[in-house]
Design a protein around this ligand. Structure first.
Ligand code: ARG
Length: 466
């Protein structure tokens, strides 16, 4: 590859070699080689069709670009830091191969709209991949839920026993979060799916470009409507980082629960050996490292969001080199998510649930106290009075080391003579769960319906995104 810069005409000296290293982005933007080449093929085809360059030159350029793509994929091409970025590396290789004809490719185009195009194309592919992974996870969680519609466990507030729920109800809460993540990804995709080529450096171009042809060739939905915005918009990068950050919040919260649930104190679940690790010193240990690592990796994704917001906030229109800093962060965020999601999905799919331990835990902590109060309310006692009566009953039980269902009817009656034998049924854990039939609640009948709705949701999304 020639050492002369493609923009070298007005310079008398070559750049300092450390400066070359400092400002070059080939070290990280080379991963967009495919998008860069496909974008150039479409641009070249359009230049030929519009008579901006000779048709035969356009054809030779397209053919050679495709050969370069194949060679890159076969590992036959080495990129050069001195050519700065993926755009100029590929253009230089093209010129090396076909000389003057190759020099016609960049007509009516700037690296500013080229890079905007490449990053949009690259992120569109990534969003599509991530959406598939999210949907797989939703499927696994929905399956776990369907096996555990009657697996009673403690529901918490403040991490204190609150009211009994089922594992299905708990897991389906995450399904709801992930459905929102999926919708956010779909939305981000829409705003990424806009074709900026033709914006030029900032003020478009004097050539009669057919932007809509390029848009169609590359599978975009629409074109950018203001060339200055076309080259300086990175909202879609920020939006994706935001979407991924929220997704990581969800994974991280669930991971925190996995860590707690697998502890010796809880023992609600046991992770499969394939998704746990041991200790180098303590032979007995089985650690939930994968869950911890996913929880930990949320930090770097949030960091990239903050970095990108900060990079963009003071930039005057239009392109500024600062914007080259968009890539490493969003690439790392995407890579991180694409590693976390499959590990998380498999970790959950293979875990063992200790139903009995969950049930015994739900028996502790007077989780049926609200239901006992509701029993009184249904017999005409105002809720505040019912709350007070049950509060006294709980205090009595604590002092006598009993649970509510272990108290005798006489003990109940000593506190309020309204109590009758059927209080026992009302405060059984099964009843506490299943009488909450209201939409959104933990009752088995409602949850089974929700699981069916989720199955429908999954096939609709699969169909929609085919
Ligand atoms: N490597 C640059 C980036 O990632 C490409 C655009 C450079 N444009 C320029 N005028 N220096 O943003």
């Amino acid at each position: 590859m020639s050492e002369k810069k493609l923009w070298g005409g007005r310079f008398t000296k070559s750049t300092d070699s450390f400066t070359d290293h400092f400002h070059s982005s080939i070290g990280f933007d080379s991963r967009m080689y495919r998008q860069d080449i496909l974008g150039s093929v479409a641009h070249a085809a359009m230049l030929g069709r519009q008579g901006i360059i000779p048709e035969k030159d356009s054809e030779l350029i397209q053919k050679t670009l495709k050969e370069i793509l194949k060679d890159i994929e076969e590992g036959k091409v080495e990129f050069n830091e001195k050519a700065e970025d993926i755009h100029m590396n590929i253009e230089s290789i093209l010129i090396d191969r076909i000389g003057d004809v190759g020099k016609r490719l960049h007509t009516g185009r700037s690296r500013n709209d080229q890079v905007a195009l490449d990053i949009r194309m690259y992120l569109k592919d990534q969003i599509t991949d991530i959406k598939k992974l999210v949907l797989e996870l939703v499927g696994v969680l929905n399956n776990i839920a369907s096996e555990h519609t009657a697996t009673i466990m403690p529901g918490y507030t403040h991490l204190q026993n609150a009211q009994p729920v089922t594992l299905a109800h708990h897991v389906l809460a995450y399904v709801e979060m992930l459905k929102r993540d999926y919708a956010r990804l779909t939305d981000t995709y829409k705003r990424t799916n806009v074709m900026p080529l033709g914006s030029g450096a900032l003020a478009a171009t004097t050539y009669p470009l057919d932007r809509v042809f390029v848009m169609e060739q590359l599978g975009f939905d629409s074109i950018t409507l203001d060339s200055m915005d076309g080259v300086s918009d990175r909202d879609f990068v920020i939006e994706l980082l935001n979407t991924l950050s929220i997704l990581m919040v969800h994974l991280s919260r669930f991971c925190e629960e996995i860590v707690i649930w697998s502890s010796q104190q809880y023992k609600f679940i046991e992770l499969d050996d394939a998704y746990s690790t041991g200790s180098s010193i303590m032979p007995q240990k089985k650690n939930p490292d994968m869950a911890e690592l996913i929880r930990g990796k949320s930090g770097r994704v949030f960091g990239h969001l903050m970095a990108m917001l900060t990079t963009m906030k003071g930039l005057p229109l239009a392109y500024n080199k600062d914007m080259q800093e968009d890539k490493e962060g969003v690439f790392d965020a995407v890579d991180t998510i694409k590693m976390c999601l499959p590990v998380f999905t498999k970790m959950l799919a293979t875990m063992t649930v200790n139903k009995d331990t969950m049930y015994s835990a739900a028996k502790k902590g007077f989780m049926n106290a609200t239901d006992a109060a509701d029993w009184l309310v249904k017999r005409g006692v105002p809720f505040r009075d019912a709350h007070e009566i049950i509060g006294r009953l709980v205090l009595y039980s604590i002092n006598n080391d009993k649970s509510l269902d272990e108290l005798t009817l006489d003990e109940y009656k000593a506190i309020s003579d309204i109590f009758t034998e059927d209080i026992y049924k009302a405060i059984s854990l099964e009843e506490c769960v299943n009488s909450r039939k209201v939409d959104g609640g933990p009752s088995e009948s409602y949850i089974k319906g929700l699981i069916e709705l989720n199955k429908q949701y999954i096939s609709e999304m699969e169909e929609q995104d085919k």
